[in-house]
Design a protein around this ligand. Structure first.
Ligand SMILES: *Cc1c(COP(=O)(O)O)cnc(C)c1O
Length: 338
């Protein structure tokens, strides 16, 4: 199967499975899992943060961060299309009594200058208490420029807000921006990273933050059911991913560029812009073809894509080789030539 729906569909390779098999483990709730301890230390160092805590998913990392920064009746300010606002079942509100105010974003996914200031609430008993600004990078595959994030950060800091970065695809952003991971992580107080997207681990995420947050973060993770015991089995997969799968992200970006170019003749040029890739993603809007169903045509050829509505997000990852990509491009060409 050639599965282009997401970079979450990757399966652990032999090397990763071997690392999991061989993992040294202990009870992480006692702080006894050496693999997790090393992973947390490595990632904190890499991002230039004081502490890191392993989480089961990036959703759990984001929620633990929000609940550590904010309490009931307080508020986060977050970009409207961001995962925390749209794709986490409003966990911060459901479980934490935290209000969410969403902001329109620019075409590049960044929050416009001045809009945090407009959204922040006055000290008034009619209003929630503004506590946290949440950014996201990459956002829909777009790597947001560091200067934009720094501008947002300064604005948030002037307003006495904490800043959280949802960096589920943090290393895709680092690769695209050609920056040091510390520079991107430095835009926020806390940063979450996902290991089960382009990095190819079966599960796992990590939250990095200053050390005075550690007790709160560990408590929130416990409350959310994320305090695991012999977690090193997963930690080993994440360490393997850090060592082997960061550098290769640029191959995914190159393949996405190649794919965008190949699909241009079949892309509906809605606003006259040519189809471009966004890190490892291509948002393809197929031109019509007599109501034939592209999804089932591809499925018969063992290719899976999400239903175009009207765009479909095609995502490059570890399990998409050049050969697979060319098979997909040929299938599209065939679809439109019959
Ligand atoms: C996927 C994703 C998450 C959540 O990751 P899970 O590990 O699936 O919970 C959070 N934020 C962004 C931007 C994502 O793309």
């Amino acid at each position: 199967m050639i599965d282009l729906r997401s970079d979450t569909v990757t399966k652990p390779c032999q090397g990763m499975k071997k690392a999991m098999y061989d993992a040294e483990v202990g009870d992480d709730c006692y702080g006894d899992d050496p693999t997790i301890n090393e992973l947390e230390h490595e990632v904190a160092q890499l991002l230039g943060k004081e502490k890191a805590v392993f989480m089961t998913s990036a959703t759990q990392s984001n929620l633990s961060a929000v609940l550590s920064h904010c309490g009931r009746g307080e508020e986060i300010i977050v970009g409207f299309p961001y995962h925390i606002a749209q794709d986490e079942a409003a966990g911060a509100s459901v479980l934490g009594g935290v209000a969410m105010t969403t902001l329109e974003v620019n075409d590049d996914g960044s929050v416009p200058e001045g809009s945090i200031k407009k959204a922040v609430k006055p000290e008034d008993l009619h209003c929630p208490i503004s506590k946290l600004f949440c950014m996201e990078n990459t956002c829909s595959g777009k790597a947001i420029d560091l200067r934009k994030l720094q501008t947002n950060r300064s604005e948030a800091k002037e307003l006495d807000l904490k800043v959280h970065l949802d960096g589920a695809r943090f290393f895709n952003a680092v690769e695209d921006l050609k920056c040091n991971p510390k520079d991107l992580a430095g835009c926020a107080d806390s940063v979450s990273i996902c290991f089960s997207k382009g990095l190819g681990a079966p599960a796992g995420s990590i939250l990095c933050f200053p050390k005075d947050m550690e007790q709160k973060v560990r408590r929130q993770r416990k409350i959310l059911g994320g305090a695991l015991r012999q977690a090193g089995v997963l930690g080993a997969a994440c360490r393997y991913a850090l060592e082997n799968n960061i550098e290769r992200l640029k191959e995914d970006h190159e393949r996405a560029q190649y794919l965008a170019k190949a699909l241009r003749p079949f892309h509906k040029n809605g606003n006259g812009t040519e189809l471009q890739s966004q890190t490892n993603m291509v948002f393809f809007e197929p031109i019509e073809n007599n109501n034939k169903d592209l999804v089932s045509f591809l499925k018969e050829r063992k290719i899976i894509i999400s239903k175009p509505e009207p765009k479909t997000r095609l995502v490059m990852h570890l399990d998409i080789s050049d050969e697979f990509l060319n098979t997909f491009i040929k299938a599209i060409e065939e679809f439109y030539s019959t």
